[in-house]
Ligand binder design. Structure first.
Ligand code: TTP
Ligand code: MG
Length: 350
């Protein structure tokens, strides 16, 4: 069973405005086009109480919420804050799919910690470094994780487990099925389908003429909790690592060193195949009491020379406190460059 998180920032643009100008806190903020034909990009939760929402005309929003604070929006700033949030998410896992400026899926199947623990940590870090609140959905596939992140918004965590299906979904409007748009919903409404419970009663063959072959199968599966879409990591990898949890807790420095060297050989081989080098070596240790430390060392230059990397590992491991037993050890190489780029850098240098 996979473990997927869906992360979504709460009232993103409006929240950034609030953080940058604390006098706006708790006020109805509406970000979007302020001209006559402007459209609302988003509204703070305070403004949503008046019925204001994304994609509504700003004129309509003014009617609904005359005391609202209407702001034009600063996209460079939102991109910058988005970057900060993604930097935090990337410390959790490399298996991350950016869906939009404020939304991502993370595959945490291989993590040791519980999903809820990881979700709470992520929320804490994002709050600490950016001031933003986010909502996180936890489940065993993308569809359910996204549904879950929406469940307790804002500042929510919600987990959907296999045993919740289909009961939990039954009372929901069919509009909650991501991929089933308003037009299709209207079509289904006309034949008496309003909730997922209604839709569950429909055999696949009856859905085909209404939704088309592929979408019929997709939606038929989704409402039964089936969604096998992978997380597609759409960015260059920033680090390459490997770690292991020992079958028993260890205090043997020599053995830990051997394991880390073995891992680094594998990683370097892999990097070389791709024509890449790294500049930073990071060792991660988790002790028997679950306390975790990471120690990094960066070189002045990129390398894929295994002896240089061994030397760094030796130095780092020798500087680490091993008076406590170790349950997990790992290594990663980061600050990656392509050799081609390296040559360009040298060229510019001389
Ligand atoms: P959303 O995540 O859909 O909305 P949100 O973050 O403002 O609110 P919440 O997640 O708490 O429901 O979109 C993220 C940002 O994208 C949003 O802050 C503004 C922008 N956006 C638009 O510009 N136009 C739109 O129609 C939508 C839906 C979003
Ligand atoms: Mg959002």
């Amino acid at each position: 069973m996979r473990r997927i998180l869906h992360v979504d920032i709460d009232a993103f643009f409006a929240s950034v405005e609030e953080i940058d100008d604390p006098t706006l806190k708790g006020k109805p903020i509406i970000v979007g086009g302020t001209g006559e034909r402007g459209v609302v990009a988003t509204a703070s939760y305070e403004a949503r109480k008046y019925g204001v929402h994304s994609a509504m005309s700003t004129q309509m929003a003014r009617n609904l919420c005359p005391k609202g604070i209407f702001l034009k929006g600063r996209h460079d700033r939102y991109s910058e804050v988005s970057r900060q949030v993604f930097d935090i998410l990337e410390t959790v896992t490399e298996s991350i799919e950016k869906v939009s400026i404020d939304e991502a899926y993370l595959d945490i199947t291989n993590k040791e910690e519980s999903s809820v623990y990881i979700a709470m940590e992520v929320k804490k870090q994002v709050k600490k470094y950016t001031g933003l609140t986010i909502s996180i959905g936890i489940s065993y596939n993308k569809f359910l994780a996204k549904l879950a992140s929406d469940w307790n918004k804002p500042n929510g965590i919600f987990e959907i487990q296999e045993t919740d299906i289909p009961q939990l979904l039954k009372p929901l409007s069919i509009l909650k099925v991501h991929g089933l748009g308003k037009k299709t919903a209207l079509k289904l409404n006309r034949i008496g389908i309003f909730t997922i419970e209604d839709l569950l009663k429909y055999p696949l063959d009856n859905l085909r003429p209404l939704l088309g072959e592929l979408r019929a199968i997709e939606i038929y599966d989704k409402i039964r909790g089936i969604d096998n879409r992978e997380i597609s990591t759409n960015r260059e990898r920033k680090s390459y690592g490997k770690e292991t949890t020992f079958s028993m807790d260890l205090q043997d420095k020599g053995y830990i060193m051997e394991i880390l060297k073995e891992f680094s050989c594998e990683i370097v081989e892999h990097l070389k195949e791709q024509g890449k080098s790294a500049r930073t070596v990071t060792v991660k240790i988790k002790y028997e009491d679950f306390e975790q430390i990471t120690r990094s060392h960066s070189l002045e230059y990129h390398t894929s020379d295994i002896r240089t990397i061994f030397d760094i590992i030796n130095k780092i491991v020798n500087s680490i406190d091993l008076s406590k037993k170790v349950r997990l050890a790992g290594i990663s190489l980061s600050n990656i460059t392509h050799h081609q780029q390296m040559q360009l850098d040298l060229f510019n240098y001389f």
